[in-house]
Write a protein that binds this ligand. Structure first.
Ligand SMILES: Cc1cc2nc3c(=O)[nH]c(=O)nc-3n(C[C@H](O)[C@H](O)[C@H](O)COP(=O)(O)OP(=O)(O)OC[C@H]3O[C@@H](n4cnc5c(N)ncnc54)[C@H](O)[C@@H]3O)c2cc1C
Length: 305
């Protein structure tokens, strides 16, 4: 690969806190995947911006990582620089809440409930970060980020800091311009949401109830990536997988959950290849049985070849 010149490798090695061949599996909810060639964890926005600009100038590939709850990382790992974004500040101004990209959605859900704010209860179902939730327009129980989002402060390598409103972000069903549009490769620095004044204790009771219900119907405590597939229009991916008789289907150490058809569980030692193959087998069988296309919600990243 052309970018691996001595001067580029020297530059990467000079980054504050950088490590090489850093295991990533433990930084994902799946517990799967090879190492990052170069890895940095940072909560300092200016430092991350400088690293991204350096990567752009040197044509070094980079990958942003949040909580790793929507990723299937290849067994050979990720080339170039992986930056784990951990800026976790927040501020509350009236009913507006601004949170750093590295803050976990679940944590923010509790913070805003403590502050007597409502409309963010759905976030208790999203184990990822604010940055990952914007990227993915994450949502749960019929509500999603775009319902509450005011704007996002971001950084585009080569173009600098920018403000994006929901229109610019093109938030769609589990997607955005960051995932598949003009903002690909950009960094979410922080997001501002608009909530409603209300009874925070009631919000906490609702979140506890929703969490308890979810624990009954989804294999939340296993190693998984949440929903593997997006729901096709007018249907549910879990229903289709179940109707195709695929619950419990195995590939190596990966298996379709017997509790919920839209979850793949790492039973211990599953490889990314196991999961990717299982995904393809499910897609093929659901297509054959029902002529329905299942599009992955989980994102495959890294060196697959
Ligand atoms: C048990 C379980 C339940 C789940 N339930 C739900 C649910 O109900 N609803 C739902 O929507 N999702 C759900 N998910 C999936 C996941 O939590 C969300 O997609 C979440 O938004 C991913 O955030 P993350 O920080 O983990 O992102 P990661 O998985 O780390 O990354 C995902 C993508 O976001 C990008 N990204 C991360 N941070 C930034 C940043 N700061 N700037 C730019 N790009 C960034 C990454 O580059 C990557 O492409 C679930 C997952 C699990 C494991």
């Amino acid at each position: 690969m052309r970018w691996r010149s001595k001067s580029n490798r020297d530059w990467l090695r000079s980054l504050p806190g950088v490590t090489e061949d850093e295991p990533l599996a433990t930084r994902t909810s799946f517990g799967i995947g090879g190492p990052a060639e170069f890895f940095v964890e940072s909560g300092r926005v200016e430092t991350i911006e400088k690293m991204l600009t350096g990567c752009l100038e040197r044509e070094i590939p980079y990958t942003l990582l949040g909580a790793g709850t929507n990723l299937l990382i290849a067994d050979k790992g990720i080339e170039g620089l992986v930056i784990r974004v951990v800026n976790r500040d927040h501020r509350i101004e009236g009913t507006r809440v601004t949170a750093g990209a590295g803050l976990k959605m679940m944590r923010l859900a509790r913070i805003v409930a403590d502050a007597g704010l409502r409309s963010f209860e759905f976030a208790i179902g999203v184990p990822g970060t604010v940055g990952g939730a914007v990227y993915q327009n994450a949502g749960c129980w019929g509500k999603e980020m775009r319902d509450v989002l005011v704007d996002v402060c971001g950084f585009v390598p080569g173009a600098g800091k920018q403000k994006w409103d929901p229109k610019k972000l093109q938030l769609g069903y589990r997607t955005s311009a960051l995932r598949e549009g003009a903002l690909k490769g950009a960094l979410v620095i922080e997001a501002t949401v608009h909530l409603e004044r209300g009874d925070g204790e009631e919000a906490k009771r609702l979140m506890a109830k929703l969490t308890a219900e979810r624990n009954e119907t989804q294999p939340i405590k296993t190693k998984n990536c949440g929903s593997v597939f997006k729901n096709p229009p007018g249907d549910s991916a879990g229903r289709l997988v179940q109707a195709a008789g695929l619950k419990g289907l195995r590939q190596g150490k990966a298996a379709v959950s017997t509790l919920h058809g839209n979850f793949i569980v790492n039973e211990g030692g599953a490889t990314a290849r196991d999961v990717a193959t299982l995904i393809q087998r499910i897609q093929a069988e659901v297509k054959r049985r029902f002529n329905a296309e299942l599009e992955p919600e989980v994102e495959l990243v890294g060196r697959w070849k």
